[in-house]
Design a protein around this ligand. Sequence first.
Ligand code: DX5
Ligand code: ZN
Length: 227
Amino acid sequence: MNTPTYRIAPSILSADFARLGEEVRQVIDAGADWIHFDVMDNHYVPNLTFGPMVCQALKPHAKTAAGVAVQIDVHLMVSPVDALAQAFAKAGADLISFHPDASTHVHRSVQAIQGAGCQVGLVFNPAEPLDVLDWLIDDIDLILIMSVNPGFGGQGFIDSALRKVEQARKRIQASGRDIRLEVDGGIKPDNIRRVADAGADTFVAGSAIFGQPDYANVVRAMRQALA
Ligand code: DX5
Ligand code: ZN
């Protein structure tokens, strides 16, 4: 397999919520490829973060110094899914991923997100099997494997996620489609290589980056580990 284009997607869950616009600009200047929005509704997960209005407010800040737009990667930890997905699409999301166990009609939710002009992904919790991909892998742009239980940043990496990444990579290869394989939770410079070796190409990192004074140092360390 030729070396994939790795993407680092800092999660603003661990950013300073009093300065989110500045944080987004800073982490992009530090080399981030995507901005990961962890949307929580205090219903599907026991935490509450932000809605589409914050995505709309941050959209103008999600670009490089040269003015190139940076992908807004919205991870919906909400149930029900459909109305909020449409609202985030209108608010400027480029990619919207959701948990299949949070939607009554998963195939319809995928179609609705595509219909709104966004790329679409499915998110799998640590104990969630990949079976739904049997019927949806030809319709999605991203698979997101949770390596922590959703709801909080700063948790420890759950090793069994590596086996699921390997399984997801095999499914992607068998599909022949260009699907991004993203991992979310507990990613650090000292474990990102293991996650890449299992088959991931896109990495969410919140506390590893925003918990440090120099974001560029962390992003650089991650890229060096991936090289
Ligand atoms: C969990 C969140 C976190 C976050 C990453 O619901 O999705 O996984 O993005 O947090 P860290 O990198 O601090 O584990
Ligand atoms: Zn996330």
